[in-house]
Design a protein around this ligand. Structure first.
Ligand code: NI
Length: 135
């Protein structure tokens, strides 16, 4: 088994809040990330595909194709966007790094042409990342 990783970065705004809770309860849970006037992060995404080397090409996956899949299905929907308001695959969920990571997995899992999606890793800050490998 060999693993290929494609890294991408994007900037996005969000607000963490649960509409079923009061503003005070939201501030208690989410702190500064519940600011009603939004705030942003510089996210770093790593998408890992696993599989076998194709003897005809020597590739696991053509990284240009993987780049284009990530651009079209993820970056166009999140980069310089408001994740609460503009990102279709995050409708109805609180856009925590956990939920963004799972949402990105769900968007990509059926779109990988060779090999299989192995993991999605998302850094929201230099010090924290989340990784999802499917249910
Ligand atoms: Ni935040």
């Amino acid at each position: 088994m060999i693993y290929a990783t494609r890294r991408a970065t994007f900037n996005a705004a969000h607000r963490l809040f649960n509409p079923n809770l009061s503003d005070e309860e939201n501030i208690d849970i989410f702190g500064k990330c519940s600011n009603p006037n939004w705030h942003g992060h510089n996210y770093v995404l790593e998408v890992v595909v696993a599989g076998e080397v194709d003897p005809n090409t020597g590739f696991l996956i053509d990284l240009k194709i993987l780049r284009d899949i990530i651009n079209k299905n993820i970056l166009e929907k999140v980069d310089h966007k408001n994740l609460n308001l503009e990102t279709d695959f995050l409708k109805g969920v609180i856009p925590t790094a956990e939920n963004i990571t799972i949402g990105i997995w769900n968007e990509l899992v059926n779109k990988i042409p060779t090999g299989k999606l192995y993991s999605v890793k998302l850094y929201e800050t230099e010090n924290n990342y989340f990784e999802y490998k499917g249910a």
